[in-house]
Structure formats: structure tokens, C-alpha cells
Design a protein around this ligand. Structure first.
Ligand code: ADP
Ligand code: MG
Length: 314
């Protein structure tokens, strides 16, 4: 069966996600019309996944649909925003109805689960790439930002770190990947509930896409502060702990956990945040006035990291 550009949009993406009263006009016109509720600001983010760079050729299309949206949701989570709408830029080498069916099912199931609607997009022919722009809503003036960390703040992270990195390493080596690790790589779960629970409480937040060391540095620079991280505090799965490789939790990337700063008097919120977020929350270090990121190994000695984190063009 051959499908035209418009046929495929209509079939797979015209009703993708949640139904939504603030959506005036969705897929099908020259632009979508949205009516954000009063008292809320829009948080807008975009992430692109390119075959061969962000995912391996022959990636499972349902996983890819899920992940392309999940990485954007992770950015919204880090702002404390609630997902609302998205546009989908899809570049396809060819029209393959089976592939599109699986891709849209992965993407649209996640969209529905988080209450987001796909309101438009763009479809082009070329090497496989997926670019999603997502819009979230946050109470006006209350978004979490990178620039609010202060000396004395506790640095916390959600979940465990390094699982996706280990899964990718095993996959590339042609070995088998334990299911628990593979899920982190293929089906990341954005920490939306935790992000919302941090609004009004955290001084700063960032999501971890390039590795804790690199992403935390972005927060430190934005806030004009420094920090010390205690490696022995890093939350690790048994598999990552057994690897003995600190580069997995520090710089392998693809974690999509949140890293955030709480003033020390809010340390007692930790259990409540774990309950609200449905995930583990672990203190891994402290913000300090002295600029730069310092790492301490379990013996208390300075630790030097070889590779800081993933960067394009380097
Ligand atoms: P235009 O040429 O006016 O920019 P298009 O022909 O590109 O519009 O798209 C037609 C409609 O289909 C628009 O509403 C657009 O937002 C939507 N659309 C295009 N591609 C996608 C896609 N991959 N997913 C969802 N909606 C899409
Ligand atoms: Mg037009």
C-alpha cells in the first residue's frame, strides 16, 4: 500500500495524544491554535534524534517514538512544567506503513499517558530523524531554572545513573542486555511528577541527558557557584556498581533523571519528594562558593574524569 505525505499524517498523527480543551485547532491547518490557561507560562523545548547519532540503525520504531517524546518531556520535567502540546518533525527515507504504525503507537501512547496532544508537525524525505518541540505549562514565575543554586545547597539526583550508558555499551559489544538496563536506554521515563513537586522548593534543576558531570557543570556556571560531588553517594544499579566504571554514572549520558538543588533546611522533604516523584532521590553533593566541579572518590581523594560528557562537534 502506498501512502502519500498527507495520507500518512492523517492516518498516524492527526489524533495523537490526549484530548484537550485549550487546543483550538490542531493538525490540518497552516498552524495550530492554542489557548494557554490564565496564570500559566509556556515552557518550550526541542530535541532531535538522528539515526546513527542518537539511536542505532534498526532501532525498534515503537521505542524510538517513545524516546523521541520522552527526552522532551524530561526537559519539561526539569522546568517543573506540565506537558501540554508538541509538534513532530519527521524525516523519513521512505514511507513504511508498518514502521509508522509502530512509531506512532510508541509516541502517541506516551503522549496520552502524560496528557499531551500532538498539534502539528512537518514531514520530509531524507535520512531518518525525529525532531519534537514540546510545550508545557507552569505557574507564572515559578518555573525551575538552572541559575538559582546557592552555596550550602544540597545536590540531589533522582533514580539511578549510568544504566542507559551501560546498556548501550553492552549493545554495541554485541552482548545481551539485561531488561532492567535496556529499559533505561530505550524507554526513559521523564521525572514529570518529581519536577512538579520541586516547584516552589528547589533552587535550581536540570535534567541529565549528557551525564551528571557535564550537566551539573551547566547549572554551576549558570548559578555562578561550584560544587563537590561524593562518588560513593551516587545512586547506582547493581550492574553499574559492579562495572566499577565511574564514567558510566558521570558522563555516559542518556539518563533523563533530574539533578536539583535544595536549601539545607529543606532536607526533610526528601521522603515526600520520593513519594511524589515515585522514584528514589539521593543527595550526592553540595554547592560551594568556589567555582568548578570537584569529585571525591570513596577514599576521599580528588577524582579526575577523562571524558566529561557527550558533545556534538568535538
Ligand atoms: P504547510 O505546508 O502549510 O506548512 P504541511 O503540509 O507541512 O503544512 O502540513 C499539513 C498539516 O499537517 C499541518 O497542520 C501540519 O502541522 C501537520 N503535520 C505535518 N507533518 C506532521 C507530522 N509528522 N505530525 C503531525 N502533524 C503533522
Ligand atoms: Mg501552510
Amino acid at each position: 500500500m502506498s501512502l502519500s505525505e498527507f495520507g500518512l499524517i492523517e492516518r498516524f498523527f492527526a489524533s495523537c495524544g490526549a484530548s484537550d480543551a485549550s487546543l483550538i485547532l490542531g493538525v490540518g491547518d497552516d498552524a495550530a491554535l492554542l489557548s494557554p490557561p490564565p496564570g500559566r507560562q509556556l515552557a518550550l523545548t526541542q530535541d532531535t534524534l538522528v539515526e546513527g547519532v542518537h539511536f542505532l540503525a534498526n532501532a525498534d520504531p515503537a521505542d524510538l517514538g517513545h524516546k523521541a517524546l520522552a527526552v522532551n518531556l524530561s526537559d519539561l520535567a526539569a522546568m517543573g512544567a506540565e506537558p501540554a502540546w508538541a509538534t513532530l518533525g519527521l524525516t523519513l527515507p521512505r514511507v513504511d506503513a508498518g514502521w509508522l504504525e509502530a512509531f506512532s503507537s510508541g509516541l502517541c501512547a506516551l503522549a496520552r499517558a502524560v496528557g499531551l496532544t500532538v498539534v502539528g508537525g512537518d514531514t520530509t524525505q531524507g535520512p531518518l530523524a525525529v525532531s519534537i518541540a514540546a510545550l508545557g505549562l507552569v505557574p507564572s514565575g515559578a518555573a525551575l531554572r538552572r541559575d538559582g543554586a546557592r552555596p550550602g545547597d544540597l545536590i540531589l539526583v533522582s533514580g539511578t545513573l549510568g544504566d542507559a550508558g551501560l546498556a548501550l555499551r553492552l549493545l554495541k559489544a554485541g552482548g545481551s542486555v539485561p531488561q532492567s538496563l535496556a529499559r533505561h536506554l530505550h524507554r526513559p521515563q521523564a521525572r514529570l511528577a518529581l519536577g512538579r513537586a520541586l516547584v516552589g522548593r528547589a533552587h535550581a534543576a536540570i535534567d541529565l541527558s549528557d551525564g551528571l558531570a557535564a550537566d551539573l557543570r551547566h547549572m554551576l556556571v549558570a548559578s555562578g557557584v561550584g560544587a563537590t560531588l561524593e562518588l560513593e553517594r551516587l545512586p547506582l544499579s547493581p550492574e553499574v556498581a559492579a562495572s566499577g566504571d565511574w564514567s558510566l554514572p558521570l558522563s555516559a549520558g542518556d539518563d533523563y533523571e533530574l539533578c536539583f538543588c535544595l536549601p539545607p533546611e529543606k532536607a526533610s522533604l526528601l521522603n515526600e519528594l520520593e513519594r511524589a516523584g515515585g522514584c528514589r532521590v539521593t543527595q550526592v553533593g553540595r554547592i560551594e562558593a568556589l567555582a568548578g566541579l570537584r569529585l571525591r572518590d570513596p577514599a576521599g581523594r580528588p577524582f579526575h574524569l577523562q571524558r566529561q560528557g557527550y558533545e556534538h562537534f568535538t
